[in-house]
Design a protein around this ligand. Structure first.
Ligand code: MEV
Length: 301
């Protein structure tokens, strides 16, 4: 049996703008999905309370199909998933699952895939299931750490608290597509307003890189607050997301913003006092996760 785990991720800067080629900074976080695989007579899936056919989970089904196109299997596979990552919350749960599954299959069946092969295959799986997907989630989940996208450049690690606030409003892949097309609609209707907003979001990442290098988290937080305002202006905020963002700031966070597509899903805060910020987020009606940077991406357990 082989077991691999892979982390979720947050965007510190640049979601939505990255769709238009602007830079973004993403960070792998220590919420992991563990996947175990072993040869078996039949192919089956156990995940949470579910026990049954792999077809029930499109990511598992597509990942297995993609693996078998490269490495035909002589037996079935029994797959077990255990995850800390809230599903459909916009922090890369499907990427973590796909990356961990492909890595476990590669180890168990001797395929010897490299990390870049895992990244590319996992991105292909996400594209097949979602129709379109950015390479950020699968790259960051595979490689770990703090990453400047689309350059795929690893940045210095973050040494302060990170708290994720989940609105517990599903941000499914369809919702991501809806949010992306909402921004596209605004951009088409008002290019002279929206294009500069997208470029302004893009300019935050290089500034963020130099502040992160210096460990100036108060500066990074100020830029995150600006990024939140710009995302709001693109129409991807919700009242609950903003309540959690303001609660985190009131509790002393350096900065807080939406992470991911918005329209539900999660926000993220950087802070010194994770416990206080988490309490603020929970008090405002969110579910808080205090996390560290996942320096390691996918790994064998
Ligand atoms: C979604 O998590 C992030 C977006 O920028 C879309 C993408 O990059 O694919 C909104």
């Amino acid at each position: 049996m082989a077991t691999c785990s892979a982390p979720a991720k947050v965007y510190l800067f640049g979601e939505h703008a990255v769709v238009y080629g602007e830079p973004a900074i993403a960070c792998a976080v220590e919420l992991r999905t563990h996947v175990s695989v072993k040869p078996s007579r039949n192919t089956s899936l156990v995940s949470g309370g579910f026990r049954g056919r792999v077809e029930k989970n499109p990511y598992v089904y597509e990942a297995l199909k993609s693996f078998q196109q490269r490495v035909p299997l002589k037996s079935g596979v029994s797959i077990r998933i255990v995850s800390d990552v809230p599903s459909g919350a916009g922090i890369g749960s499907s990427a973590a699952l796909t990356v961990a599954l492909l890595s476990a299959l590669s180890i168990e069946f001797g395929a010897g895939f490299s990390l870049s092969e895992i990244t590319e295959m996992a991105h292909g799986v996400e594209r097949s299931v979602q129709g379109a997907a950015s390479p950020t989630d699968t790259f960051v989940s595979t490689m770990g750490g703090v990453v400047l996208m689309p350059m795929r450049e690893k940045l210095k690690c973050i040494h302060c608290g990170i708290v994720i606030g989940d609105t517990c409003t599903p941000a499914s892949s369809r919702k991501t597509a809806t949010m992306v097309s909402r921004v596209a609609g605004l951009k088409k209707a008002y290019p002279e307003i929206v294009d500069p907003i997208i470029s302004a979001i893009g300019r935050l990442s290089p500034l963020g890189v130099s502040l992160l290098e210096k460990g100036d988290y108060s500066g990074v937080g100020s830029l995150m607050n600006i990024n939140h305002g710009l995302l709001e202006s693109l129409g991807v905020g919700t009242p609950l997301l903003s309540s959690l963002v303001y609660a985190a700031r009131d509790a002393g966070a350096f900065g807080a913003k939406i992470t991911g597509a918005g329209g539900g899903g999660c926000m993220v805060a950087l802070c010194d006092d994770s416990t206080g910020v988490a309490a603020g987020i929970e008090g405002a009606g969110g579910r808080a996760y205090m996390v560290d940077v996942a320096r390691e991406g996918v790994r064998e357990e």
